[in-house]
Write a protein that binds this ligand. Sequence first.
Ligand code: CS2
Ligand code: MG
Length: 403
Amino acid sequence: MKITNAKVIVSCPDRNFVTLKINTDEGVYGIGDATVNGRELAVVAYLEEHLIPCLIGKDPQNIEDIWQYFYKGAYWRRGPITMAAISAVDVALWDIKAKMAGLPLYQLLGGKSRNGILVYGHANGSNTEEVVEQVGQYLEKGYKAIRVQCSVPGVQDSYGVSSKDKTFYEPASSDLPTECSWNSSKYVQFIPGVFAKLRDTYGYEPEFLHDVHHRLTPIQAAHLGKLLEPYRLFWLEDAVPAELQEGFRIIRKHTTIPLAVGEVFNSIFDCTTLITEQLIDYIRTTATHAGGITGIRKIAALAEPFHVKTACHGPTDISPVGMAACLHFDLAVPNFGIQEFMLHTEKINDVFPNQYQLNNGYASLNDVPGHGADIDEKQAAKYPYQRKFLPVNRLEDGTMWSW
Ligand code: CS2
Ligand code: MG
């Protein structure tokens, strides 16, 4: 069996996606997601110029060898662009292998380890009342777990709060990046009150999560963790920028709040200290960014004996193809924790027909061969790429900060 050609399709149905399609001499094709939000065309160039020429003629069945060829063969290893490109190749090859076997992908990963895939949705609001109302709507829809973000009084741009008509919240700009303004002290003082109100209103059964989005220092994060402990959060996510894995020792020393990290990680080396020292509880690496199914399986296998569970990143900038890959992994992996799940718009689902659904807080998959997600190229062609920047962030005095 041979790869005959491969192409990259860039489309913007409400937001940008980079999709790889690999064709074979047996007529079977595979689809992978290579979207890096805000840096899309860098991955396109990487795929078209550096990977696709080497793929032609290779046997698509040798997934591990192809992965190693591109990983070890890069010389300049790792990084989000390289690894997103490798991820797309990997997911497309797993798709081909499962289609050839006539099986849903999760069967090739060891079969079902659970009946349903627990997901969390996103509630947010410009004040506590709005948040309480939105959380109520999610609970009515059957969600068991909900991420909660709220505007902070006196802070110009809090993270994770969307305008009402949008299903995503990063203020993507086609001009230069939007400049946000931030104040960590006001945030740390305000946010525990939101969770106090939620527990008052809905009791202690629903699972609530919160994303700090890399904005605190370790000691600030430790303080916030302590303040949030009475409200029994499922997790505190990305409390600090995680380039310094050792920084989590400080947070861990001071608080029992469960910690999640890793949506921006792209290899196992980004999380070895975090996992082996048990500094975190959930690892958020995802199929689109951390080396595909092959990459996240290895990370999950390292995490399992250290009681760290998986929690694949799944905002709307992961395409339905990337989401499908994650859901197959989630169904099979022994140390599954939770899956982030934001609903895509109708336009996006028209471009990417898929075979998963949500029911009563759990995602499930239809049993079709492969990962079940595809790209409708005619639909995709209707929505050409549009340059979009993610925001940047500054403290109130103008100092650059993490967004
Ligand atoms: C967020 C992401 O889903 C999350 O947890 O942190 O939505 C993140 O802001 C985006 O992926 C950035 O592209
Ligand atoms: Mg996050």
